[in-house]
Structures are given as structure tokens and as C-alpha cells.
Ligand binder design. Structure first.
Ligand SMILES: *[C@@H]1O[C@H](CO)[C@@H](O)[C@H](O)[C@H]1NC(C)=O
Length: 197
């Protein structure tokens, strides 16, 4: 039996109400403070040089060459202590991208392995000064519970042990994700729209 016109009208009102609710929702803020541990030497190495010494010697950074690139698979912790509980991995690359300044371009994805975002990831892209206390990079997206994440992070080197080639970086991540209703909106609105036609 075909739905009556009053039923159709009610469904149409429900769809409009739902779409309004979904689009007026505010993005949810997510704030994380994380520590990345780069170990470039010895047992437990988490960062390796993919490219080293191909470009011209760097103007400032001794022993480094323009274009030097490292692949990383760093342990991520919630506390600065490298031995504290791991809450994720940071995976991707760094490149010494300036010939004259100590500047890296970074392309990394952080997978969280504990807490409410266990199994979710966020991706970071940007240009960071190695010794800049207030370097910033962009959070350009995410997956899982962090799907469509957007925001920024500050990138600050808090420890450097040159002899061991150990570097610890603090990431202060400020991002937001869409409201849950909007994330589910496409599925519900297409179902409701189908029932009208
Ligand atoms: C994170 O999720 C994985 C896969 O669901 C699970 O095996 C693991 O125990 C979880 N870890 C924590 C710390 O909750």
C-alpha cells in the first residue's frame, strides 16, 4: 500500500529536522599531549636514515646534508619518560628540507593503541624548526574515532642526547572531530529519503 500524503509529509519533516540537528552540531575538541621517542642508533632503533649525504652539506647542521631523510616508527608515550606506558606509534618520515636553516618537513601518522581512541589515527604534515620551541604543524585528518579530524599541534624537542642520537619530542595536539550525529548523518538521511520516494 502506498504511503498516504500525510505520512509522506511527516517523514519529510523528520528528515528536515534530522538534517538541521546534524548540521548544527558543534565539532568536538580533542586535546592530547604525547611524547615521541626517536632512537637513531643501537638496539631499539626506531628511526633510520633513508637518504643521507646525497645533497650538499648543510649550512648549519654539522654532519648533515640538505635532503637527508629518516623513516620513523617511534614509540609514543603519555609521560615524558621513555620507559612509561606506550600509548601509540608515530610512523612516517622527516626530511631536512632547508639548505640554510635547521628545518624539517614531517609527514607522520600517529596510531593510538590505548585509551578512548585506541585503534584510531591522526595524520600530521608541516614544517618544523628543530630547535624552535613553538614549532607548529597541521593535523590534516584522521581515522576511526578521529575520522575527519582537523587542527594543529605544537612540536617541541624536549630532550636531545647527541652521543646516543636520541631525541624526544613533545606533541601538544589540539584537534576537533565532527559531532557523532553528523558522522552518521549520511546513512540515516539516505535511508529516510529512500522511504519517501
Ligand atoms: C586496543 O585495541 C586492541 C584491538 O581491539 C586490543 O587488543 C587492545 O587490548 C586495546 N588496548 C588497550 C590498552 O585497551
Amino acid at each position: 500500500m502506498a504511503p498516504s500524503s500525510s505520512t509522506k509529509r511527516l517523514v519529510a519533516i523528520a528528515v528536515v529536522t534530522f538534517l538541521l540537528a546534524a548540521t548544527s552540531g558543534h565539532r568536538q575538541p580533542v586535546h592530547l599531549r604525547l611524547y615521541m621517542h626517536d632512537v637513531m642508533r643501537g638496539p631499539g632503533t626506531t628511526a633510520i636514515h633513508l637518504i643521507h649525504g646525497v645533497g650538499p652539506p648543510h649550512d648549519v647542521e654539522r654532519g648533515a646534508y640538505f635532503g637527508d631523510t629518516a623513516a620513523i616508527d617511534d614509540v609514543v608515550t603519555e609521560e615524558p619518560d621513555a620507559g612509561s606506558r606506550a600509548v601509540g606509534r608515530a610512523q612516517g618520515t622527516y626530511m631536512l628540507a632547508s639548505q640554510h636553516e635547521e628545518v624539517l618537513t614531517v609527514a607522520i601518522t600517529v596510531e593510538l593503541t590505548a585509551g578512548p581512541y585506541n585503534g584510531s589515527t591522526f595524520s600530521v604534515a608541516g614544517r618544523v624548526g628543530v630547535y624552535d620551541d613553538k614549532a607548529e604543524a597541521a593535523v590534516v585528518g584522521g581515522t576511526g574515532r578521529l575520522r575527519r579530524a582537523a587542527g594543529y599541534l605544537t612540536w617541541r624537542m624536549v630532550e636531545l642526547v647527541v652521543s646516543e642520537k636520541y631525541v624526544m619530542v613533545e606533541l601538544d595536539v589540539h584537534m576537533s572531530v565532527p559531532p557523532v550525529s553528523a558522522a552518521g548523518g549520511n546513512w540515516w538521511s539516505s535511508l529516510l529519503l529512500r522511504s519517501i520516494n
